[in-house]
Design a protein around this ligand. Structure first.
Ligand code: SR1
Length: 325
């Protein structure tokens, strides 16, 4: 570790230990988030310890205790169940360890919260659904309660339904696991078979959208269904833009940028600099039509066209390198 010239202590010495503790590691979003965190950590000469997420609350608690014992200066907690984290997070704070939370509400003024502006994300997706389908349609909705971003998106869905009484939620399903897409596909198959009038599915997580698309394909109903989602990856772009795809729009950030922002927030905290309590990375609407028209095939090509996909001005400082992608 050589340190970062011009950086405040302890980054001027290098080798600052930070832990990234995720609840979920499977899937494009979480892999890209981790890659962005690793790239930012490398640029800051941070010794990043990555703990894999296995959707296991007890294991995540254990990992936080392990990180404390490793002597880390900061911990980034990526998703998780707040009720199982409060006491171990408090132990970290009591030891002077800085904590940053992404998409898990730790409800502590000492912990900056990173999110993707989930209310705006859901609103943009639903506005596009109305543009394409009008204000009356039978809908399927994919939701699993207890995940902060999904709960925030759900608030928008509830409000949207109360303001658009012609939109009828005919089926609700969803699963978050290490096989989210395929398990959701099984549930979607049953829901779409039982409710053949469903023409729109709001699936605000790309693994959900992938599952619904799989189901539509298996049932041979892709032509009469439109899927609106969150998130984007290179694989998602392929699925959205392919001929006959029912996945017609998504609203997304570049998860690698969100990962980088999370590490920068932790670095600022460790350096004793000011970090806003709420840190937001704004998402952009990506329609099937706009992606096809732009000829975009990868997330890197998207980053070249949309500045917010290559960098964010959240949690920056002159001493923090932020040109990563
Ligand atoms: C299970 S929560 C999944 C969501 O977390 C991140 O906020 C991503 O946007 C994803 O949709």
């Amino acid at each position: 570790a050589d340190g970062l010239s011009g950086a405040p202590a302890p980054f001027d010495q290098g080798g600052v230990k930070v832990a990234l503790i995720s609840y979920i590691s499977a899937g494009d979003f979480f892999q890209a988030y981790q890659a962005g965190a690793e790239a930012q950590a490398k640029a800051l000469d941070i010794d990043l310890r990555v703990f894999p997420g296995r959707q296991d609350a007890a294991e995540q608690r254990e990992q936080i205790l392990q990180a404390i014992n490793l002597g880390v200066s900061g911990i980034v907690i990526d998703h998780g169940l707040p009720e199982s984290l409060g006491d171990v997070v408090q132990q970290a704070l009591d030891k002077g360890i800085k904590v940053v939370a992404f998409d898990v509400n730790l409800n502590n003024p000492k912990i900056p919260q990173v999110e993707q502006s989930d209310h705006e994300l859901a609103s943009l997706a639903l506005e596009q659904a109305v543009k394409d389908n009008g204000k009356s349609f039978s809908a399927g909705y994919v939701y699993v309660a207890g995940f902060a971003p999904l709960d925030r998106r759900n608030e928008v869905w509830d409000k949207f339904k109360s303001e658009n009484t012609g939109v009828v939620e005919k089926a609700r399903f969803g699963n978050v696991s290490d096989t989210t897409a395929t398990s959701t596909a099984d549930q979607a198959k049953a829901a779409l078979t039982a409710n053949p009038d469903i023409s729109v599915v709001f699936a605000p997580y790309d693994e959900f959208a992938r599952g619904v698309k799989l189901a539509a394909n298996d049932l041979g109903i892709s032509k009469k269904l439109k899927i609106y989602s969150a998130d984007v990856s290179t694989a998602d772009i392929q699925e959205i833009t392919e001929e006959g795809s029912p996945w017609v729009a998504t609203v997304a950030t570049n998860p690698a940028v969100v990962g980088a922002v999370s590490i920068r927030a932790a670095a600022l905290e460790i350096a004793g600099q000011t970090v806003p309590h709420q840190i937001t990375v704004k998402p952009a609407l990506l329609t099937q039509e706009s992606l096809r028209a732009a000829g975009v095939k990868t997330i890197e090509e998207l980053a070249a066209k949309i500045p917010a996909f290559s960098t964010s001005d959240a949690a920056t400082a002159s001493w923090i390198p932020d040109k990563l992608f």
